[in-house]
Design a protein around this ligand. Sequence first.
Ligand code: ZN
Ligand code: ZN
Length: 153
Amino acid sequence: MTVRTSVDHVIGESADDLRTWTRKLDGCPPVTHTILAACPNEAHGAERPTWFFPAGDADEGIAQLRCVSCGTPTDILDSADHWTFPHVWTCLTCAQSMAEVVLGLHAEDPSEGYDQVVTWLAITLRCTTCGRLDGLTDMHVANVPLETIVSSF
Ligand SMILES: [Zn+2]
Ligand SMILES: [Zn+2]
């Protein structure tokens, strides 16, 4: 898929680098918004962790993020409905599985006066050990309001 093939050993020093890189993905719909994923488990309070064990299937366009600190899985959109039990992601450089995760969204204005809707998203990763950036999957999104996705993470 798009994000997989565009990656060639890019190293990011921070989540901001991952956001910047995600905004520049080409060969796909332009990324208009980026979200750094954080665990939605309320037990974390204000300090929501951003390290996950991601799993995804780029052929199916599905993904799940499992919080490193509490183990709670977060399914991206309706991924659970057609889950294929993919292996947990591993870094191609250092082989560990913890990553920071950015959702790169393509949002459109349906028409004036209506809220923006998301029609596509890419899930990108930064290895928490060596900083290697990677793509997990991308997926088409059925006009989900931007606010709905932003508020889920
Ligand atoms: Zn958590
Ligand atoms: Zn690594």
